[in-house]
Design a protein around this ligand. Structure first.
Ligand code: SF4
Ligand code: SF4
Length: 308
């Protein structure tokens, strides 16, 4: 299996996790009962009425400790996840797990098959060449994914606020409350608009999780990054497969820290296809090797110019 195939497995597994979390009561907020449910248990501050009535120092200390442990600390952990991920793995989450990124890649693929370019609006120099056969099949798949995927996404995400069995009952009886209708329609419209019109620009300029990984990955001296083996630069055939593989419009051969790179590894696969498995010029780097990137980039200007 190449890297892209492994990535498809992690992307699909993460989407399944997003779908299953509310269904299995792993994580959801029940707006009807006003309860946060985590791993089947109601998450509460764990304080009994008697503690609020007691104004003594011991009770006050207990309340403060419970508040810190059950309310503040969990939020600090949640808020630290993406900066920490960025510091250690760069934007790996965006490329390997994010369901939106997966949806945008699918939209790219379908647009490419239908229009011969990734974007609806412009053809870019790094758009891959694809055959235009089986157009009817791709028109059908595009229409289906424009209807089915946003609806499924809407149902799944509404399950984080309305009990999934309630939603399921409403679907079976075709009798929806305002909350469920608003949730499903709102998420569906969001998914449609972002996947048709915005796509990876959302990852680059809007998504808070992406921006945090970007920032902390950028300042980190050790985060996971893509690296080119500049010592073997002469092996490059200038096929531009790496440029064309990159849906984030990075030029991998520039060998620079690029805040848009999501560590997807598509350029690694592309170069392995061109030069033979194991002979490709790209690999992942981490730790001290990352510090050499800028230096390597200066040495590699010749090839960058040759390709542009
Ligand atoms: S440069 Fe390579 S690893 Fe980074 S996003 Fe582009 S294809 Fe993926
Ligand atoms: S895929 Fe490899 S051989 Fe082709 S242009 Fe990129 S670095 Fe050069």
């Amino acid at each position: 299996m190449n890297i892209t195939n492994y990535r498809r497995v992690t992307q699909i597994a993460f989407i399944l996790l997003i779908f299953l979390m509310p269904v299995l009561n792993i994580f959801r907020y029940d707006t009807a009962a006003r309860e946060l449910i985590i791993f089947g248990q109601v998450w509460s501050l764990g304080l009994k009425e008697a503690f609020y009535a007691d104004h003594g120092m011991h009770a006050a200390g207990h309340i403060a400790l419970q508040f810190f442990l059950k309310a503040i600390l969990p939020w600090l952990v949640v808020l630290a996840i993406f900066p920490l991920l960025g510091f250690l793995t760069g934007r790996l989450f965006c490329g390997w797990f994010c369901p939106e990124g997966t949806l945008f890649e699918l939209a790219d693929r379908l647009t490419l098959k239908l229009l011969g370019r990734r974007s609806l609006f412009v053809k870019r120099p790094n758009d891959p060449e694809v055959s235009g056969d089986r157009k009817l099949l791709y028109i059908f798949l595009s229409l289906m994914s424009m209807v089915v995927l946003p609806l499924l996404g809407g149902i799944a995400l509404t399950g984080y606020l309305v009990a999934p069995e309630t939603i399921w009952n409403q679907i079976i009886t075709w009798n929806f409350t305002f909350g469920v209708k608003a949730g499903v329609i709102g998420v569906s419209i969001y998914m449609l608009v972002t996947s048709i019109l915005v796509r990876h620009s959302l990852c680059k300029y809007i998504c808070a999780a992406g921006l945090m990984q970007m920032l902390f990955g950028w300042i980190s001296p050790v985060s996971l990054r893509l690296k080119m083996d500049t010592a073997r630069a002469d092996a490059c055939t200038n096929c531009r497969g790496c440029d064309r593989a990159c849906f984030m419009n990075v030029l991998p051969r520039k060998n620079k820290r690029d805040i848009s790179c999501v560590n997807c590894g598509a350029c690694i696969d592309a170069c392995n296809r061109e030069l033979g498995k194991g002979n490709g010029l790209f690999h992942y780097s981490a730790g001290e090797e990352c510090l050499q990137l800028e230096e390597d980039f200066k040495q590699f200007k010749t090839i960058s110019l040759r390709s542009s």
